[in-house]
Design a binder for this molecule. Structure first.
Ligand code: 13P
Length: 249
């Protein structure tokens, strides 16, 4: 499987700023070997999709609603995202879980909808500092995976990506060590294998996210169960993100 470098811009960059970013970024990664994904704000989707044309970058969103239309003020649906060229969507990011109180059942409904509409979901899972200190990491990851993936068909599992993002590592500058990340990825891989079999589980990309930088990428990406990274802060700067991409073989 090709390694994956995904950027999550969160609530950063206007459409114009996105355009300027891609003009510069494209010139910095002429020999990238990884698959490059950007989850951009909704309003930057059209300009990002246009800028990415012919460049092999995939553009996606950071959230969506599980219904396709209806009285849900302020929400956005999978067909709407598809209509502007999004090809994937991040679901269940810890900021959605903690700041906007999304639970596993809601995330599960979104996930099934994304697959039905042919948007590849990146499901985020991860434990808090307190969970880790209390020895609950394995149980938390297993519960998030089983509840969010409930009812997802074997066929739809082929579209899935998982991001392990320990809450204590997000935006803190305190990345998980490669050992901790690998261990958590193995827990996820095992849970996926129990659900869909070993072969299918091997093909589901497992990304690590949480304070990834050009300094930490190389030690993380060589681990057997780390298939890619989901980068927040460092993906906002074209040069910094290019340095990460160019360190992935
Ligand atoms: P940082 O890379 O800024 O820690 O954010 C990680 C993240 O939340 C990606 O989804």
């Amino acid at each position: 499987m090709r390694k994956i470098a995904a950027g999550n811009w969160k609530m950063h960059k206007t459409a114009q700023e996105a355009k300027a970013f891609f003009e510069l970024f494209a010139s910095l990664v002429p020999q990238a070997k990884s698959e490059i994904l950007f989850a951009v704000p909704f309003t930057a989707l059209p300009s990002a999709v246009e800028a990415a044309q012919g460049k092999n970058f995939l553009i996606g969103a950071q959230n969506m609603h599980d219904e396709v239309k209806g009285a849900f003020t302020g929400e956005i649906s999978a067909p709407m995202l598809k209509s502007v060229g999004a090809s994937f969507v991040i679901l269940g990011h810890s900021e959605r879980r903690h700041l906007f109180l999304e639970n596993n059942a809601f995330i599960c409904r979104k996930l099934r909808r994304a697959c039905e509409e042919n948007l590849r979901p990146i499901l985020c899972v991860g434990e808090t500092q307190a969970d880790r200190e209390e020895g609950k990491t394995t149980a938390v990851l297993q519960t998030q995976l089983s509840e969010c993936l409930e009812g997802l068909s074997f066929e739809n599992a082929q579209k899935l990506m998982i991001a392990y993002e320990p809450v204590w590592a997000i935006g803190t500058g305190k990345s998980a060590t490669p050992e901790i990340a690998e261990q958590a990825h193995l827990i996820c891989r095992t849970a996926l294998a129990e659900k869909w079999g070993k072969e299918a589980a091997k093909k589901i990309p497992l990304l690590y996210g949480g304070s990834v930088t050009e300094e930490t990428i190389e030690a993380l990406i060589v681990r057997p169960n780390i298939d890619g990274v989901l980068v927040g802060g460092a993906s906002l700067d074209a040069q910094k993100f290019a340095n990460i991409v160019n360190r992935i073989n």
